[in-house]
Design a protein around this ligand. Structure first.
Ligand code: ADP
Ligand code: MG
Ligand code: ZN
Length: 351
């Protein structure tokens, strides 16, 4: 038997809010560098963070749409590491007590839903721009506009076997975040980013082997190609009798090349501890149920309903539910012209 791949994804979703995660700066895109900053997101001493309710609600919307459990209490933590685009020297994230746990994303029609491990809130880092030039010297520049922008990190169980399943998952996730209005989900703008964990199952013991992590895959195509390249690399190593080392890799989609970025750090290197400047986040049942009640009909449920009500194929219903606006438009047309003609009109002529 060929050694099967085991893949789990960590997806970062930039939440669409007016202000940042822990300060009142605008969470904007494309503004002049370092124009959307304040003492909090620049990490100046003494500045205190305050959690953004709208970001919490956006995270809850996504988690509840995925059928996650929402514990009453979640905790912000400091993840300590040095990087020039992170002025505080730590990132505020959630670690031991995330906002949401469990849940699944249906990949309709056909394969089993993808099991979710957790969904937590955190802040984005700034951006390094390099190399920029000053005279004849190459310099790096830092833009902190993105520092502190709210993110939801969604972590799947290691349930994928094929790169194509990962691409299908990301397509479904992008549709969902747009459907819910929690993110624009534009991968080119970094609003949806994905890291992939890849290992090979040992054909003898059946246990997954050492895993590597592919960072910053910034298109669905890149995710699929990058994972395929990493599976191939691990298979070559294994065939030669070599060990796969735990590592973080970067994938260059243009040249179809993998590069080892660093030997993977483990959780204890980050010295996580509860964020002393933020109280635990409490989401009581009333808040949770109010958010749940505000969810729209979800895309997979709507596709099923449209198929049943209008006698459409699962595939047709899926196409019509590719975007919420399209499904709305289809239903408006169907009310006038009937489901069959409306489906033909929308899927053939309009699209
Ligand atoms: P870390 O903190 O090192 O990122 P996590 O426990 O958060 O570790 O897991 C990260 C991701 O790794 C998850 O998406 C999970 O599904 C995936 N994963 C766990 N074990 C394996 C494995 N053996 N092969 C591939 N992916 C795995
Ligand atoms: Mg990780
Ligand atoms: Zn700020």
């Amino acid at each position: 038997m060929a050694d099967e791949a085991v893949i789990g994804l960590e997806c970062h979703i930039q939440l669409r809010t007016r202000s940042k995660m822990f300060c009142a700066c605008a969470a904007g895109y494309g503004a002049p560098p370092n124009s959307l900053v304040c003492p909090v997101c620049l990490g100046l001493p003494g500045a205190l963070p305050v959690a953004n309710r709208a970001a919490v609600e956006a995270g809850l919307r996504l988690g509840l749409a995925l059928g996650c459990a929402v514990p009453e209490r979640s905790v912000f933590a400091r993840k300590n590491y040095f990087y020039p685009d992170m002025p505080k020297g730590y990132q505020i994230t959630q670690y031991e007590a995330p906002l949401c746990t469990g849940g699944a994303l249906p990949l309709a029609p056909g394969p089993r839903p993808v099991a979710i491990l957790r969904l937590h809130l955190e802040e984005d880092t700034g951006k390094s721009l390099h190399p920029a030039r000053r005279g004849d010297r190459a310099v790096s520049r830092l833009d902190f506009n993105r520092a502190g922008v709210p993110l939801a990190e969604l972590v799947t169980e290691p349930v994928f076997r094929e790169p194509a399943e990962c691409a299908a998952f990301l397509t479904a996730l992008r549709r969902l975040v747009r459907w819910l209005g929690v993110s624009d989900g534009d991968m080119e703008k970094g609003q949806l980013r994905c890291d992939a964990n890849v290992s090979l199952r040992d054909p003898g013991t059946g246990r997954p082997g050492v895993r590597t992590e592919l960072k910053n895959l910034n298109s669905i195509h890149g995710v699929e190609r990058g994972i395929a390249a990493e599976i191939a690399r691990q298979r070559v190593l294994r065939a030669a009798g070599d060990e796969v080392a735990p590592a973080t890799l970067l994938y260059d989609v243009e040249h179809d090349r993998l590069a080892v970025m660093r030997v993977k750090e483990s959780a204890h290197d980050y010295r996580y501890f509860p964020e002393p400047d933020l109280p635990p986040l409490r989401v009581d049942a009333a808040w949770r149920e109010r958010v749940r009640a505000g969810l729209p009909e979800l895309p997979w449920a709507r596709a099923e309903r449209l198929a049943a009500e209008h006698g459409l194929s699962a595939h047709e219903a899926e196409v019509l539910c590719g975007q919420r606006e399209l499904a709305d438009y289809f239903e408006a047309c169907a009310a006038v012209a009937g489901g069959g003609p409306a489906c033909t009109w929308v899927t053939r002529e309009v699209l």
